[in-house]
Structure formats: C-alpha cells, structure tokens
Design a protein around this ligand. Sequence first.
Ligand SMILES: NC(=O)c1ccc[n+]([C@@H]2O[C@H](COP(=O)([O-])OP(=O)(O)OC[C@H]3O[C@@H](n4cnc5c(N)ncnc54)[C@H](OP(=O)(O)O)[C@@H]3O)[C@@H](O)[C@H]2O)c1
Length: 311
Amino acid sequence: MAQCTQSSPPRKGLGRRLLDLWQTRYTRPQPGARQAVAHLTPAVVVTGGSHGIGLAIARRFAKAGQTVALVARNPGPLQEAAAAIERDFGAKAFAIDLDVTADNAPFELDARLAQHALYTDVLVNCAGVGLSGNFDGQDAGEIEQLLNLNMTALTRLMRHALPGMRARARGGVLNVASLGGLTPGPYQAAYYASKAYVISLSEAVGYETRGSGVRLSVLAPGPVDTEFHPAMGTEHAFYRQLILPLSAEQAASAAYRGYVLGCRLIVPGLLNMLFAVALRILPHTLMLPLVGWLLKPREERNWSVTNDNEQ
Ligand SMILES: NC(=O)c1ccc[n+]([C@@H]2O[C@H](COP(=O)([O-])OP(=O)(O)OC[C@H]3O[C@@H](n4cnc5c(N)ncnc54)[C@H](OP(=O)(O)O)[C@@H]3O)[C@@H](O)[C@H]2O)c1
C-alpha cells in the first residue's frame, strides 16, 4: 500500500480530481498562499478522532490516501487509533492529545500540527457530548461544558481555520451535528439546541463560502452505535429501543461521500433522510410530543417488570 510521505499530495482518483476541478472552476488562490504551506503536508484534522464517528471518519479519509491527525484528550486510545490507521491503510496518522475547549486550543493545534510538518487542510469538528434528563435537574456545570464543546470550541476552530482555506482556495470543514438539530428535544434540550446551532452555523457559513474553493458540510446522523448513548444514560429511552442505529462506519461513509460531493447537509441512511424531511416540514408543535416520548429517560427496572409480566 502506498505510503503518504511528507510532501506527497493526497492520492485522488480521476473522478475526485474532476470533481475538485469543477468545484473550484471560478476560484484562484491568493498569491503566495499555497506556497506558504508548500513545505507542509495537508492533513485531515478530526476532533473526537479516537472513538466512534470521528474515528470512523478519519479511517474513511485515510482509506482515500489522506494524511490524518486525530485529536482527543486521552492519549492512549488516540495512539492506538492512529497506529491502527497506519497499519490498515498505509496512510500517515498522527495523534494529538488536546482538549479542544481549552482557551488557546486553535493555536495549540496549529503548533502541534507544525511539529509534524502538517497543516489543516480539512477540519472535521466531531468532538461532542450529550446530556439527558430534565433540563432543570441537570448539573449547571455539565450544561456549560456541553455548550463549550459542542458550540464554542467548534466555532472557534472553524473560524480559525477558514481564512487560510479561503486564501488557498482548497480544503474545507465537516461539522458533525445530529438529526436532533432539526427539532427541539425534550429531555436532551441543551444537546438538541447545541446541534441546531451547528446546523444553522454550517448552512449559513457554507452559503458565504460558496464558490471559494472551500467545502463546508454538516453531518446530521440519527442514532449511531458508539459509546455516546451509554455515556449519556439513555440506553432505556424508547428511541434506543425503537430506532435501529447505524454503525459508525455507515455514518462515516455517508459523511465522506457527501463531503466530497460538496453536499451542505448530509443525513446518513434512507430512514433518517425521511425523518429529516418530516422534521423540516412538520411544525414543532406536532413533533414535540413524539420526540419527547422517544427521548424520555426510562428506568431499566420498568423494562424488566414489563418483560417479567410478558413471560
Ligand atoms: N452516537 C450517536 O448516536 C450520534 C448521533 C448524532 C450525532 N452524534 C455526534 O457525533 C459526534 C461524535 O459522537 P460519537 O458517538 O462518536 O461519540 P463518542 O464515541 O463518545 O466519541 C467522542 C469523542 O470526542 C472526544 N472528546 C470529548 N471531549 C473532548 C474534548 N473536550 N476535546 C477533544 N476531544 C474530545 C472523545 O475522546 P476523549 O474523551 O479522549 O477526549 C472521543 O474521541 C458528537 O458530536 C455527537 O454529538 C452522535
């Protein structure tokens, strides 16, 4: 398998090259912008890249021959994930242990990338956290952490990366939101609201950057089988019992395909696409009771009592 060396461009098929040429047909990089990073390797930087959807997206880009940089807080899983990518795809993968909510995270990320002679060509903002239960019963500090990670850190990283991408007239941002961003979500109120922000921001900035040679996509998956839901304590909510989750790999394939094709909103899975259309069309007053019923956390005890009665 071909190794990505420091100065080699990412491997691209003819179709991908033609698509790139078409999407950048009216754009020209600013003078000197590409030369300024000519000694560096363009990297796909994936926050939340050590687990779940972020890792699967990083693996999908690496499979296409691109150099990836995985960003998360815990170094152990990060290094394992990077080593597995190098072993499985022969692409270069770097582990960067960094809390993206830290004040200086965008600058620290640049510095850490530069240590490996990399720069951010594609930014995948995937690190995110959920929180379930009644809003007024949730810990105020945890709500703040959620907003910091899901909205503030994502916004700051994107704001930091975009000017360079625009100047080079290449690269892009793939923000990870959620299908939940299309509706208010009782019992996950702050989480759903944070994802609505991500969709709104991405669609608006995507409009502003159209024709600039910079792609801007937002991924809105329904439930995906990762550590995310157990961590939130929602394993017994009805949506976990009734909606078949996608695998992280299925979500990542859809994300990669949608990003390469220049789609603005990417919803993986046919059923989720139908949900997305319904959520876009139907008024919130109709959807709220259904979404609330699906999301309400339920005790494990209730399920076993039901099962006992059924036997
Ligand atoms: N799973 C789903 O059903 C689903 C559905 C729709 C949308 N989403 C969205 O998809 C994204 C990823 O979800 P997932 O299911 O893959 O979650 P996950 O398996 O829990 O992975 C979360 C990742 O984010 C990293 N992370 C957390 N806090 C961080 C911080 N402050 N700085 C840097 N990295 C941090 C974690 O690593 P460390 O803990 O080591 O930092 C981990 O790599 C989230 O934005 C989520 O809202 C998930």
